[in-house]
Design a protein around this ligand. Structure first.
Ligand code: GLA
Length: 745
């Protein structure tokens, strides 16, 4: 709901209130953002201006107390006494950088408020949209030049907001690199300015555009937390500036890095939309708002709240080395285990036997598919799986027919990443080529799923418009391919999570989270991303152990237990599974199918745990809660582990039961001698064979208790400590984990 009166503008969501007003001089003054106020008193909430301060510049000699540097604002210019970082750096018609946008009028259209401001012939429109039930407000800015002289934008934020720093906020960003995306980093917000920026051409795995500001005592389920993000996939910059008057300025938008955009008379520039939310229920409350917003408003309509298929992906088991018959064998195995979608990853097209050739060409590799791709896709469907296919449409290898015919299609430069050049998506001919080629293959193969990859950063670029125009070109291509084909499930990917952002999620309901599928790393990666994005958006696969990047041995149960808090898939060589592993995977998939909606769309929470080697995740919907308790490296003779389940009905009783999982004999090595009547060689044939056909049943715990008891915490059975084994002992060891299913009794 949006209320406008002469006192100010009040934007209400279900649980939050956002207030600003115009000052007597036409600036927009920020008043309040926080928990819902039913009848806010704007005057009481506002910053007072009763004394003139030294070292300030007065905006007008008529009011010496009115210094823009001391006022919390919704937008600010340059050159009028506000020395904080301005949301806009514009070379104005007179050639100066001084700008001062003054309120003219506003409109309210349902849940959208539009404010018109002017600086002479340059018009600025600020748009606020309220998403009541998600507790989200979005903002964007639009600049129009009505002057006969051109203006040049060097920076134009989507959102600027000044908040009073009642306490020292904790600023959280999500940073990383390839295979280590979205690691959470916290720091107290000190004086000066912190910048969270990407300059790689994509939103990047280095710094996700989303970030948080929280009061210092905020925890998983309590305290004030603000969340911010940007609906954009390119270079972004957010700045958070704490000034000497304890005001915190937040700006979010396209990165100004080498950005230069001229507007001639009559031309307009539109920023992407920024998103903000607030919760007084801690980090989980803030995340819940973002998750609801994304699931209900960002994801393409055809896929909103729709179950996502369990996929098998050919990349890690095959890389570039496969034949049609090998893939068919893998697909048959995948079907038998219960999977639903087969994804043919990289290597299917002409010349593509390694990563140095073929990108850009869309002809099938006849050596691998002698009778064509459509026939192979039909075979997969006959097996009973949907067919999905990988593309990397934004790139070209110099060793490709496309590059030989059209070298001008590539962004000109000498630097390469993964042996490839970037196609110039600002060129309409390039966009047409991509749209035609990708659409043709989707239609010919009747693909139900596309994995859209992008595997390098952009380096050289021709001008200051390029980075933004590239992203607009990308959105145009995605729009033209997928809007007419809403049934095709798009999973975007950029060497994993190098472009995990709200802009891509508008087209692709899910994103390949990371090339790193080690569950220990995934706890950090999926855990980090979960602050900003729901589990339904995260592609999560079970892969082989030892793991490809970390060489870590982890239990198959843990690989599943982590992956199931996302969109489940398998990316391993199914031909080498032992009979007992096959049984285990089959039961994992049955379990996931039974609880798929809870995992993909349930209310996901990260719970605080008293021990640093434990992680506790919870997915919860109306009738089911599934808690995952993950152990890092084992400690000897630890105290009891606690299972605390939040948000249950205190008047009801619940059953808690561990998901049954298997314990492999091989894990116990020489220890088996203690339970066997004869001494066996731990690396000998007998134990190897036994390990293929038999596994122990891991400890299953069952409790029945009230919701309040579960919230207080159930103390779990003891862990194995070297002196004892029975089926009531939890044998976690390093990286062990369990899932607990909680249902009403
Ligand atoms: C990227 C992706 C992988 C895989 C390969 C194929 O690295 O992230 O999942 O598709 O490309 O080349």
């Amino acid at each position: 709901m949006i209320l406008a009166s002469e006192k100010g503008f009040i934007l209400q969501t279900c649980d939050t209130t956002y207030i600003f007003r115009t000052t007597p001089y036409g600036h927009l003054e920020h008043i309040y953002y926080g928990q819902c106020l039913k009848s806010p008193d704007i005057e009481a909430l506002s910053h007072k201006r009763t004394a003139q301060a030294g070292s300030t510049v007065a905006y007008t000699q008529d009011d010496l107390n009115y210094s823009l540097d001391r006022i919390p604002m919704e937008w600010s210019g340059i050159g009028k006494g506000d020395y904080r970082h301005s949301p806009a750096e514009i070379k104005m018609p007179d050639g100066s950088f001084v700008s001062d946008f003054i309120y003219q009028s506003h409109e309210i259209n349902e849940n959208t408020l539009t404010i018109h401001l002017n600086d002479n012939n340059v018009q600025l429109i600020l748009t606020y949209t309220v998403y009541e039930t998600a507790n989200v407000i979005t903002r964007r800015a639009q600049l129009t030049n009505n002057d006969s002289r051109p203006i040049t934008i060097r920076r134009l934020a989507s959102l600027m907001l000044d908040m009073a720093a009642k306490e020292i906020y904790i600023l959280t960003t999500f940073d990383g690199d390839w295979t280590k995306e979205a690691h959470r980093h916290d720091r107290p917000l000190q004086y000066g300015m912190f910048i969270n920026e990407s300059r790689t051409g994509a939103s990047s795995n280095k710094h996700n555009p989303g970030f948080l500001l929280a009061e210092p005592d905020a925890a998983a389920c309590r305290g004030s937390v603000y969340g911010f993000n940007l609906i954009y996939s390119g270079n972004h910059m957010s700045y958070i500036e704490r000034n000497s008057h304890e005001l915190v300025r937040i700006g979010i938008g396209i990165s100004p890095h080498c950005f230069e955009w001229e507007l001639k008379q009559g031309e307009t520039f539109q920023t992407p939309e920024a998103v903000m939310t607030y919760s007084n229920q801690g980090y989980n409350g803030m995340s819940r708002n973002f998750h609801n917003f994304i699931n209900n408003h960002i994801i393409p309509e055809a896929w909103r709240m729709k179950p996502r298929p369990i996929k098998y992906n050919s990349w890690e088991p095959c890389f570039f080395k496969f034949t049609e018959s090998k893939l068919v064998r893998l697909a048959r195995q995948a079907k038998k285990l219960g999977m639903e979608l087969f994804v043919l990853d990289d290597g299917w097209f002409k010349g593509r036997d390694n990563d140095s050739a073929g990108l850009g060409d869309y002809e099938v590799n006849k050596k691998k598919f002698p009778r064509g791709l459509a026939r192979f896709a039909n075979k997969i469907r006959k097996i009973g799986l949907d067919f999905g296919i990988w593309f990397e449409p934004e790139m070209v290898n110099p060793d490709s027919d496309l590059y030989r015919a059209h070298p001008e299609y590539a962004v000109q430069g000498a630097t390469m990443g993964r042996n490839q050049l970037v196609l110039d998506l600002t060129n309409p001919d390039v966009r047409d080529y991509i749209v035609d080629s990708v659409s043709r293959i989707i239609d010919e193969t009747d693909a139900a799923y596309v994995k859209w990859d992008m595997n390098r950063h952009i380096s050289e670029f021709p001008n200051g418009r390029f980075f933004h125009e590239y992203i607009l070109g990308l959105y145009d291509v995605l729009e033209r391919i997928f809007t007419p084909r809403p049934h095709v499930l798009l999973e975007s990917c950029s060497s994993g999570g190098n472009r995990f952002d709200l802009g891509m999620l508008r087209y692709s309901p899910q994103i390949w989270t990371s090339d790193n599928t080690d569950p220990v790393c995934r706890l950090e990666i999926q855990g980090g991303l979960s602050y900003l994005y729901p589990p339904s958006t995260m592609g999560a696969h079970v892969s082989d152990a030892p793991h490809q990047q970390t060489l870590r041995e982890t239990p198959l149960s843990t690989r599943f237990n982590v992956a199931c808090y996302g969109v489940l898939g398998y990316e391993m060589d199914l031909r080498h599974l032992s009979p007992v592993e096959r049984k285990e995977i089959k039961s994992q998939i049955e379990f996931y199918k039974q609880h798929r909606m809870t995992f993909q769309y349930g209310n996901f929470k990260r719970q605080d745990t008293p021990k640093d080697n434990k992680t506790l995740w919870v997915s919860q919907d109306k009738n089911t809660t599934i808690a995952g308790l993950f152990q890092g490296t084992a400690k000897v003779s630890e105290g009891a582990d606690t299972l605390r389940i939040p948000n249950l009905d205190h008047t009801k009783r619940y059953k808690v039961k561990t998901r049954p999982q298997r314990l492999y004999i091989k894990r116990f090595g020489g220890l088996v001698k203690h339970i066997m009547p004869i001494a066996l060689n731990p690396s000998g044939l007998i134990l190897l064979l036994a390990n293929r056909y038999h596994a122990l049943i891991d400890c299953v715990e069952e409790y029945e208790c009230g919701g309040d008891t579960l919230e207080a915490g159930v103390l779990l059975n003891n862990q194995f400590n070297g002196t004892h084994y029975n089926n009531k002992t939890r044998l976690l060891g390093d990286y062990g984990s369990n899932l607990y299913v909680v249902t009403p009794s």
